[in-house]
Design a protein around this ligand. Sequence first.
Ligand code: B1M
Length: 218
Amino acid sequence: MADIDGLELLEEIKAGVIRGDIGGLPELTQNALDGGLAPETVMNGGLISAMAVVGDKFEKKEYFVPEVLVSARAMEAALTVLRPLLESGNVQPLGRIAVGTVKGDLHDIGKNIVAMVLTGAGFEVENLGTDVSPDSFVEAAAGGAQVIGMSSLLTTTRPVMGEVVRLLEERGLRGNVKVVLGGAAVTEKFSEEVGADAYGADANDAVRKVKGLLGVPL
Ligand code: B1M
């Protein structure tokens, strides 16, 4: 495929997510892959950049929750095509990680991408879902997760992450488990303040940070 076709397809995918074309996205995504675009290119250049536009529209009150929800579903439809490719990693897991969106927060697209990319990088990932209580994160750590990954997009849910770190300490588990934070409500500075071990700016950065914490070569 000529590069220009690849760029056009990426633009179509991006436009499809922005206008919420749930039905058309799987085929467009498949066409892009068949045409030689890498799954990571489709995800970053098509899907994630589209959600950034959707976020801008929401902020400017050009989009409201229903439109955002339809775009989110369109992105999920595309991800069903990408998921098997992004998750086909090594056979021997490099480590065990539990990932969830914190209590009070239902945003899961970014967290699911992080889970997918970690799986693809060779980790065994338990996806705890959304609205995950501090106790559930602690249970995952007690059950043998070496890393607890928390995602938060709402500033109101940020205190939950500090609560989890505190509970892990209180229950004597903090020495055995690393904590990684991410999501639009989190910053590196905030991660340090609540006592997390690392901050992941995006899915690839999360993989880098988890590898670093577990001593896996980059
Ligand atoms: Co919501 N929402 N939303 N929303 N929404 C935001 C987050 C918001 C910033 C929009 C805005 O006002 N500009 C705003 C939060 C404001 C704030 O707190 N400061 C907001 C709001 C206010 C709300 C509601 C309260 C709206 C309402 O009801 N009035 C409500 C809350 C519901 C709840 O959770 N209790 C709500 C609802 C929704 C929808 C349901 C409509 C939908 C979510 C659908 C879903 O997730 N299934 C939605 C969406 C889609 C968004 C925006 C537009 C896009 C989020 C997204 O999916 N981005 C968002 C605006 C924005 O972020 N600009 C917004 C794409 C995704 C790939 O990126 O999630 O950032 P992201 O993940 C990235 C990185 O952050 C990182 O890697 C990912 C891949 O690169 N990352 C990690 C994420 N988790 C990580 C974990 C890691 C490491 C990296 O380690 C463990």
